[in-house]
Design a protein around this ligand. Structure first.
Ligand code: WT7
Length: 674
């Protein structure tokens, strides 16, 4: 493991990180064109929801700003104290206030927007549903009642393991309605990953489906759940959505069909009055150890941040059709598909499947069909579309688009420009939004009607947010320099702790710099104060905008009977941002061949999920180690990226390096083929 300041970490002097971003090409590229500035188009600025005055007011009095933003929500009883700072870093927001998130997302819109579309949903096979706010309210109430009938109540944790079907947001809101924190587990995760999450927060119920659709194939969600549940004694019931109609196993007494459960329920459901600080959900994300962290978000602060940032960053108007093309299994889906947009009474698009199914213009067909006006996606998707070619978007009328967003990883200027031209028709502002599962909502981003953008820069801190870049000693590095990104004041949607592990919460985020939140990203500010993100400073990779821990993948590899030792690094990849490169030594009696490599890649996919499948695996007799026995991941990263290797004479086994470099080259070529 290499943490901050160790060989794999980010070096503020050179502005280089051991993690892959920025690769040299990108840094040079961004430096070359960072003088390009795109001011907000005047017509856009003239109608924008967020203006310079908003920024000024927030800067003058951030607490008054957050009080005003929170007041846009419907509170059941008002808060007595805006923020309680007495027990750093365990901040509390809107102390004493009560509210219900599902009421804010649904009930309060019914008087004026009952028939407004909440979601245009499109299944991968082409089936569609138009779901109004009244429809969604009814679905949520019925399911909430159904969950209560199964004995699920306030404070119980519920796992949700579904594809992108309408029942997924409905399930999240049904949990919120009865005060049962949800933990959504991405439908691409394996039974083991599901099991670990259920066990960690001791869920009492799981909401899943028979199967999901992905790339024309079915994903065995119920079978995976059954496998996970053999080791989850806390779970007493499951609710199963019929999606594909495929055969499933059944445990009488435990398993319930969703449609049968909700049909018997009333269409109204009394919501729980939740304390602002009551947990709304737990979402697991990879950290620097093998054990995922359960990020805890609360009701009042989180919802305030979600609704407020959604409104301003995406300039939401009543007639917008907004598409955040993420999955609800990640925080982007929580904040910008479900809680933010619905709190704002916005019309959204939900798409179930893969971008290339059945053809490479599926997304653009959707944009055209629903008249999407705001589109939010990850750079990895943009780069995939670049690869597929501009003729696909060009074949569709996308003149409805007026604003584009990017999230999940640094966007390289080339992808930014392509997005701007080929998707935005040269007329749409782009908001490059930096945030994390932990921050709950966008922290650094342009305001589309105010901020002149520079391709590749997330620009400035949001209203009400205080950020800085510091050096190793914790001193602000000022303009034109790089270092570690910190947030210097608490904010409403900040994580409150790691589930069941206050100590790791303090240690991970608050122990490096007195009173400051350490984000784990390297960044620099240019002379104009624009933030440029440079990638993680720890052993966390970012593959297609998904956070993965090197250690988690190493554990999965070592868990295979043939493997003695494994080291995993992220190397830069044209499409996915980073790709997983593994280096493996085998047990003495095992001979390695192509077949074994295939088996090991599959093994990791089975253990964690297909997103964790290594792109290349090098079998080697030895791994480069320091004399104290620490694996030099930094060196493996340099090898993987064809970087000049520094002094290797301090290694205990310098002779292995040349061999590994040769093998990495051929493994890389093979990995790029699939
Ligand atoms: C990490 C957080 C935020 C929702 C999706 C990912 C990287 C995220 C950007 C951006 C550069 C970005 C950071 C961050 N990241 N957005 N606009 N520019 N880097 O959430 O899984 O919690 O990952 O993603 O490294 O720490 P996450």
């Amino acid at each position: 493991m290499s943490g901050r300041g160790e060989p794999g970490g980010y070096d503020p002097r050179t502005q280089r990180t051991g993690a892959v971003m920025p690769d040299r090409k990108q840094t040079i590229e961004s430096l070359e064109i960072e003088h390009r500035v795109f001011p907000p188009p005047p017509e856009f600025a003239a109608q924008a929801t967020a203006d310079a005055d908003l920024l000024r007011r927030a800067a003058e009095d951030p607490e008054a700003y957050w009080a005003e933003e929170a007041a846009r929500l419907d509170w059941m009883s008002p808060w007595e104290q805006l923020v309680d700072r007495s027990n750093h870093p365990f901040y509390k927001w809107f102390v004493g206030g009560t509210l219900n998130a599902s009421v804010n997302c649904l009930d309060r819109h019914l008087a004026e927007r009952a028939d407004k579309v909440a979601f245009h949903w499109e299944g991968e096979p082409g089936d569609t549903q138009t779901i109004t706010y009244a429809d969604l309210h009814e679905r949520v109430c019925r399911l909430a009642n159904g969950l209560r009938s199964l004995g699920v109540g306030r404070g119980d944790r519920v796992a949700i393991y579904l594809g992108m079907v309408p029942e997924l947001p409905a399930a999240m809101l049904a949990c919120a309605r009865i005060g049962a924190p949800h933990t959504v587990v991405f439908g691409g995760f394996s039974p083991d990953s599901l099991r670990d999450r259920i066990q960690d927060c001791e869920c009492t119920a799981v909401i899943t489906a028979d199967e999901g659709w992905r790339n024309g194939k079915t994903v065995p969600l119920k079978a995976n759940t059954d496998e996970a549940l053999t080791e989850c004694p806390s779970v007493t019931s499951t609710v199963v959505v019929r999606r594909t109609g495929g055969d499933v196993g059944w445990v009488e007494g435990r398993d319930h069909w969703y449609d049968e459960l909700v049909a018997a329920q009333p269409a109204e459901c009394e919501p729980e009055a939740m304390d602002a600080e009551d947990m709304l959900y737990i979402l697991y994300t990879s950290g620097t150890t093998g054990k995922p962290k359960g990020i805890v978000h609360t009701t009042g602060g989180y919802l305030t941040g979600a609704a407020s940032t959604h409104r301003y960053v995406f300039d939401i108007k009543d007639d917008d059709v907004y598409w955040c093309a993420a999955d609800c299994g990640w925080v982007t889906g929580h904040t910008y598909i479900v809680y933010g947009p619905l709190a704002n009474g916005c019309t959204g698009v939900l798409y179930e499947g893969a971008p290339g199914f059945p053809a490479e213009d599926r997304w653009w067909e959707i944009v055209e069909r629903y008249g999407v006006s705001i589109l939010y996606m990850a750079p990895t998707a943009i780069r995939t579309f670049m690869k597929w070619g501009p003729e696909h978007p060009a074949a569709h009328d996308m003149s409805s688009l007026r604003l584009l967003g990017s999230v999940g990883e640094p966007i390289n200027p080339e992808a930014w420009m392509w997005y701007h031209e080929h998707i935005g028709g040269g007329r749409c502002p782009i908001v490059d939004t930096w945030w994390q599962t932990e921050t709950g909502c966008i922290m650094i981003s342009p305001l589309p009607g105010v901020t002149p953008t520079k391709p590749g820069s997330a620009t400035f801190a949001m209203p009400g947010i205080s950020a800085d870049i510091v050096d190793e000693a914790g001193n602000s590095v000022g303009l034109g320099a790089g270092g570690y990104l910190v947030l210097t004041e608490p904010w409403p949607s900040m994580l409150r702790t790691l589930y069941g592990d206050d100590e790791r919460f303090v240690e991970t985020y608050w122990s490096q710099y007195e009173g400051k939140y350490l984000a784990g990203d390297g960044a620099r500010r240019d002379d104009d104060g624009y933030y440029w993100f440079l990638g993680r400073i720890d052993d966390v990779m970012n593959v297609s905008g998904h956070r993965l821990s090197t250690i988690e993948i190493e554990s999965a590899l070592v868990d295979h009977e043939a493997v003695a030792e494994a080291a995993v690094v992220g190397r830069s990849d044209e499409t996915t941002g980073q790709a997983i490169a593994a280096f493996v030594t085998l047990k003495g009696d095992v001979t390695g061949d192509e077949e074994l490599i295939g088996t090991l890649r599959k093994h990791v996919a089975t253990r964690i999920g297909p997103i964790a499948r290594p792109k290349s695996i090098v079998l080697t007799d030895d791994l480069p180690k320091t004399r104290s026995g620490k694996i030099m991941r930094r060196l493996l990263r340099d090898i993987s990226e064809h970087r000049q290797l520094g002094d290797v004479t301090t290694l205990a086994n310098a002779e292995v390096v040349a061999d590994i470099a040769d093998m990495a080259e051929s493994a890389r070529a093979a990995g790029d083929e699939d």
